[in-house]
Design a protein around this ligand. Structure first.
Ligand code: HSE
Length: 297
């Protein structure tokens, strides 16, 4: 038995919702093929050129499968072939895709024995390996689709939100930002006045998503806690954000822990113009970049 999956990229945080909000997008996506084996070994093969480790205990998909095997006391193993198209370290949920794909694929091969929330639970072990922290804000939208709220990750409590008909432009500049470093630099304490502003934005964003109110979504995409610190790691962040808004974006910010930047817009034409602008800003300073124009999945 085998399954083939297309596993979507995801944008975590959605600016103000650090570790709790995320959305799946149509492109890029990874391709995964998973086979059920009669013997207990786990075999991981990457047919991309990113040089990711293939030893199961060091591979994001591998640790998820090991966990499922252990939990079920399973006599079967899995053979996984991954063609990664979501670039590792992009901030577009590359590790989450491997982790979520492994959990979803194994579940299908085993006769759909787990709920989506249980799959999030298993997939979080992959995130722990990749970034040192079990966050679910990439995994949840990857598994549920659309936009999700991680109301709690322990116990796992995921609230799927509606998916507004919006375009997503993302740019991935070729600079290295490790999630673990991007978490390390954050302040451990925040001011009450900042917390009030932040939860106003999160509540506004969730209400905007549910009401399909694009203006409310736009004015809620503000982050007074994480973005001011992390944006220092991303060249031209402020310029790209300002120019995107001038071109008609509703709003946007850092995708996950960066270095990718994303913008939401109502019209495809605007999202294309933003993509061109993003590319030319990085071309000017000789930083290679990849741009994606996509929709919420
Ligand atoms: N919420 C996480 C962070 C996502 O911002 O660190 C990382 O992919």
């Amino acid at each position: 038995k085998k399954v083939k999956l297309q596993v979507p990229a995801t944008v975590a945080n959605l600016v103000c919702g650090f570790d709790i909000l995320g959305m799946a997008i149509h492109e890029p996506y990874d391709e995964m093929e998973i086979k059920l084996l009669e013997t207990p070994e786990i075999i991981i093969r990457h047919i991309d050129n990113f040089g990711l480790p293939e030893e199961p205990s060091k591979n994001v998909a591998g640790v998820v499968l090991l966990k499922i095997q252990e939990y079920l006391n399973l006599k079967n193993g899995f053979e996984v072939t991954i063609n990664k198209k979501i670039k590792p370290g992009s901030g577009l949920g590359s590790s989450a895709a491997s982790a979520a794909g492994a959990a979803v694929g194994a579940n299908e091969l085993l006769g759909n024995i787990f709920t989506d929330e249980e799959l999030v639970y298993f997939a979080m072990f992959g995130e722990k390996l990749a970034s040192g922290v079990k966050h679910a804000d990439n995994i949840a939208p990857c598994i549920f689709g659309g936009i999700t709220l991680v109301k709690s990750s322990n116990p796992v409590d995921i609230i799927p939100l509606s998916s507004p008909d919006l375009y997503v432009t993302a740019v991935h500049p070729q600079v290295e930002v490790k999630t673990s470093d991007a978490r390390q630099i954050l302040k451990k304490n925040i001011l009450l006045k900042d917390a009030i502003e932040q939860w106003g934005n999160i509540a506004g964003l969730v209400a905007g998503i549910q009401k399909n109110d694009f203006q409310l979504i736009g004015r809620s995409l503000n982050d007074v806690i994480v973005e001011p610190i992390r944006s220092i790691l991303i060249p031209k962040f402020n310029e790209i954000k300002e120019k995107s808004l001038e071109l008609g974006a509703l709003g946007g910010g850092i995708s996950g822990s960066g270095p990718s930047i994303f913008m939401l817009s109502e019209k495809e034409e605007i999202s294309q113009k933003i993509a061109e602008m993003m590319k030319s800003v990085y071309d000017e300073i000789d930083i290679e970049s990849f741009v994606y124009v996509s929709k919420i999945n």
